[in-house]
Design a binder for this molecule. Sequence first.
Ligand code: ADP
Ligand code: MG
Length: 493
Amino acid sequence: MELTAEDVWAAIRAEVHERIPEHAYQTWIAGARCVAVSAGELIVEAPSPFHAEWLEDKYGDFIIEAATGMLGGTVTLTVRASSSIQDPTVPSVRVDSPTDAFAQTGAPGETPSSAGEPVRAHIASPEVSARVGTTPPRSVPLTDPGLFSRYTFDRFVVGGNNQLADAAGRAVADNPGQLYNPLFLYGGVGLGKTHLMHAIGHASLSVDPHRRVAYVSSEQFTNELIQAIRMGATDRFRARYREIDLLLVDDVHFLRGKESTQEEFFHTFNTLYDAQRQIVVTSDRPPREMEGLEQRLVSRFEWGLVVDLRPPDYETRMAILRTKAEDEGLVLADEVIDYIAHSCSSSVRELEGAVLKLLAVSSVWREDITLPFSKRVLALRRLEQQDRAPIASPDRITRLVANRWRVRPEALASKSRSRNIAEARHVAMYVVRELLGTPLQQIGEIYGGRDHSTVLYSIRKVESRMGEDDDFRGRVEDVLAELRGDSSGPFQY
Ligand code: ADP
Ligand code: MG
């Protein structure tokens, strides 16, 4: 098998994808391409000079690390801008009418270059303001509505684990605002929430290309709001979000604890809902378990249909692997597919990563993907992942919190109600929940057989104290940073 730059780049991207937040990946990495690869050098092109600089600066190390693992030896990375790539930076809001509030020029703080073209879902986060100079002139029609073209219903493999979500998504795309509003999709990482959301967007546009569809991550929504407030442009922010026919808001668990963003989102939600516009949201957990989210928002989320996505069962994993192999132009023997389906069971992303890894390594080593080869490569991959597994176990969290609060680790699971021990226990519960997303009941079991509501109470207590007491917040954040293994955190982009 020949090694192409694309194969290597696909494998590098898959590795980087696992290590940085989805939004960062989609914004900075997904739209870049690799134009040349050799033993010692990787040349990557990004859609604009700004994009190139940002990519290299923030994610260069991740890319180099992945490339080194794959190609061996020292790898240097060159990132340059190419005008032939369309900047996919942010999924967009489609606004068709030129008289739309957002398409008017001359308002303070708004860049003239954004007028008239389909407005991006970014109002003006810092990266966008910096990017303005490279935005295409308004006369260039943006054919891409900003949804990732790969994420369609066609390519979404349906199994018992996601059947209901798929059906609900299709129904919503066909009849937005009428059947299930909002549609609330939840499930763990890599189970297809984002994919499904984009698929709903595509399908909805194919029914009616004039629908105004907007996909936005909760993080973007927050950043835009902050920026709008800073620029005194909240009216525009509101008007824009309230013009939409189908609003797709990804990862709303990100809004936990962000009160003013929740407030704004609540009003956006109500306006859209009252106008019978469709809202789809995703989260890593059901509405009821969203501590740190205002009750009125939780109850709004429960108005519509709440559906979960579960990890795929064995048959679905086989079907997904066949699809992914096909996508990569790869023929995998049944025994290899069976082996991967058995050994990778946690998420679709894991399955995808396994296929890409096999592809990349087989290209580099020029070996066929046989069963023994797959076993070797995937065993190696697991080791690599363990090495860098940044996130702690409950046990490590317990020990670290106990150490910082100067209590014995066992005391956290004891009945003791002494102030310091109780505080440490609450913090540990909070950290476990925050980092691992462990169900409340299970957290209760870890910490001395406490029930679900006690755990929820403890977590809320930590959250509210973090809002009031800077010193306390600093201590908790130190623990989080240490457990994340990188105090600068991947969210700093
Ligand atoms: P989430 O948003 O739940 O973390 P994503 O939607 O980002 O997960 O999915 C992770 C990867 O797995 C994506 O590349 C997506 O295309 C793929 N994927 C997820 N579910 C499916 C599915 N049912 N069929 C095909 N691909 C899937
Ligand atoms: Mg996602």
